[in-house]
Design a protein around this ligand. Structure first.
Ligand SMILES: NC(=O)C1=CN([C@@H]2O[C@H](COP(=O)(O)OP(=O)(O)OC[C@H]3O[C@@H](n4cnc5c(N)ncnc54)[C@H](O)[C@@H]3O)[C@@H](O)[C@H]2O)[C@@H](O)CC1
Ligand SMILES: Nc1ncnc2c1ncn2[C@@H]1O[C@H](COP(=O)(O)OP(=O)(O)O)[C@@H](O)[C@H]1O
Ligand SMILES: [K+]
Length: 477
């Protein structure tokens, strides 16, 4: 498992290390990682031109020390000092000692900066790191806007303009190919991967405690360990029995897609209870199907919602599963019904429950929560409703009422296809039935679904039903 920490937590861990090791040494270590990230991506290194955007804090100090190292590798390096009087003294001395070129934006050098940036092979962003307050100020933002897209763009610690805690950016932001982040991951880097690029964690000798992290990422190995395959002595019930309430005359395909997700994640038994029983069995002969969830027999977790419609019959089925003792996942039309009947959601408070909205569905159920900050919104939603909330999107987030959020980092745009969410809810239903906790089932399901989406992209396999075959492909080691 990977962990991410807030700025406050990073600062607390850093201050202990500062007392032990001293800030110059930490900075030199951070700079070493930045220089390595640059050299590893350039060919040839010697003779390449780098520009450092240097702010007034220690983030600029990291960049200047990195610039000194790049000079040693034979690069032409120019440091652009955005606040020349306050540039980090130790960093500037190290950089000058290596005969780096310095331009001050408030002096004669200001006019030359645009030209230097235009020619750069590499731009290192040391404008601000975790000391940033609010959106980039205009005097810094103007240089970010001039960074050429063709250059290798390397951010030190955090891309300037990006809020490290939330991944939001209200104004201009340094768009990085690589972010070398110091001491530990920050949540914003996970959420705004389009801004942070590849994230490398620079180990400089301190790290906050994993147990303190409130943001996590599952890895392939974590998920694989959660999915034990059948063993000698297993029977069809030991893997858990999911029950699926999905599909309608209007959306028959949703029943097949959702059931398919459930069947293909774990063997065992899947039940179906809805108006598409005949079609489900025709496609999935292993499924035990009927039309009434109250007469479905033993079910260890219910999934209700994909394409089920929002009429009285759908509402009756939803009431049945909400009243059930088993864990329940509600998706799609089921969420629309919950928004109209908040008493149904209140009835699930503190019981194993997962809601899987996309942003429009989320806004219907939690109209007061601002989705500009998705991490904050999903966390508040879980706390308000007292259930696990999975917010879909390019970065799917899973929040549990205790406040921990799992960020899913697998996936591809090929998942943005009708019915792909139906497959996801079936996958998670199977994992819930297998006994995983709501948050773990949701996060592991999103991870598997995302990997299937990546394989779909590689194979150019269009259509949500293609995901069935791609869900349980063994991890390559
Ligand atoms: N303290 C240390 O010894 C270490 C610090 N490290 C680096 O130091 C950084 C933190 O350093 P600082 O605390 O000095 O803070 P920063 O360097 O991140 O930012 C402070 C500077 O940015 C300016 N600033 C703040 N908000 C701004 C905005 N919205 N627009 C434009 N300018 C803004 C401030 O006026 C100040 O000059 C980390 O991100 C990391 O890169 C690492 O080298 C590890 C060791
Ligand atoms: N651009 C994207 N990148 C990665 N995953 C995406 C993207 N867009 C959507 N997804 C994923 O695809 C799925 C779509 O689900 P949903 O919106 O419920 O669609 P449907 O209702 O048609 O099944 C979700 O798992 C979501 O996270
Ligand atoms: K930065």
């Amino acid at each position: 498992m990977l962990h991410a920490w807030t700025v406050e937590q990073i600062r607390a861990a850093e201050s202990a290390a500062l007392a032990r090791t001293g800030d110059q040494e930490l900075m030199r270590r951070a700079a070493g990682h930045v220089a390595w990230a640059v050299c590893d991506r350039l060919d040839p290194v010697t003779g390449a031109e780098a520009v450092l955007l240097v702010g007034a804090g220690n983030n600029g100090g990291d960049a200047l020390h990195a610039g000194a190292l790049l000079r040693r590798r034979g690069m032409a390096v120019t440091a652009v000092l955005l606040d020349p009087g306050r540039a980090h003294a130790g960093g500037l001395a190290a950089f000058r000692a290596r005969r780096g070129r310095v331009l001050a934006v408030d002096g004669a050098g200001g006019g030359a900066v645009a030209g230097v940036l235009e020619r750069a092979d590499v731009v290192v962003d040391g404008i601000v790191g975790i000391g940033a307050r609010g959106p980039l100020r205009p005097d810094a933002a103007r240089w970010v806007d001039l960074v050429p897209a063709a250059a290798l763009r390397v951010a030190v610690d955090v891309p300037s303009g990006l809020d490290p805690d939330t991944g939001t950016h209200a104004g201009p932001v340094f768009t990085a190919d690589v972010t070398v982040t110091v001491g530990g991951l920050k949540p914003g880097l996970l959420l705004a991967d389009d801004v942070a690029g590849t994230v490398l964690v620079a180990d400089v000798g301190f790290a906050p405690k994993p147990a303190d992290a409130r943001v996590e990422v599952l890895t392939d190995l974590d998920v694989e360990a959660l999915l034990p395959d059948p063993r000698t002595g297993s029977d069809k019930y030991t893997g858990g029995v999911p029950g699926i309430v999905a599909g309608s005359a209007q959306y028959p395909g949703a029943a097949l897609l959702c059931v398919g997700g459930a069947v293909r994640v774990r063997p065992g038994m899947v039940r179906y209870a809805g108006p598409q029983a005949a079609a489900v069995v025709a496609r999935w002969p292993e499924v035990v199907a009927g039309d009434d969830p109250s007469r479905a027999g033993q079910v260890q977790a219910w999934v209700a919602g994909p394409g089920m419609g929002t009429d009285e019959a759908a509402l009756d089925r939803l009431r049945t599963v909400v009243d059930a003792d088993a864990p329940v996942l509600v998706d799609a039309d089921g969420l629309t019904l919950l928004a109209r009947h908040p008493e149904l959601l209140a009835a699930r408070r503190d019981r194993p429950t997962v809601l899987t909205p996309h942003e429009r569905e989320f806004a219907r159920i939690f109209p007061d929560l601002d989705l500009a900050d998705r991490l904050g919104a999903v966390r508040r939603a879980a706390a308000l409703a007292g259930v696990t909330v999975l917010l879909k999107g390019h970065r799917t987030l899973v929040a549990e009422p205790g406040g921990t959020v799992t960020v899913n980092t697998t996936g591809s745009g090929w998942l943005a296809t009708a019915g792909s969410g139906d497959v996801l809810s079936g996958v998670i239903g199977s994992l819930l039935a297998a006994g995983l906790s709501p948050a773990t089932a949701a996060a592991a399901g999103a991870h598997l679904h995302g990997r299937a989406g990546e394989r779909a992209a590689a194979l150019r396999a269009a259509g949500a039903h293609q995901l069935w075959d791609l869900l349980r492909v063994p991890v390559q080691r």
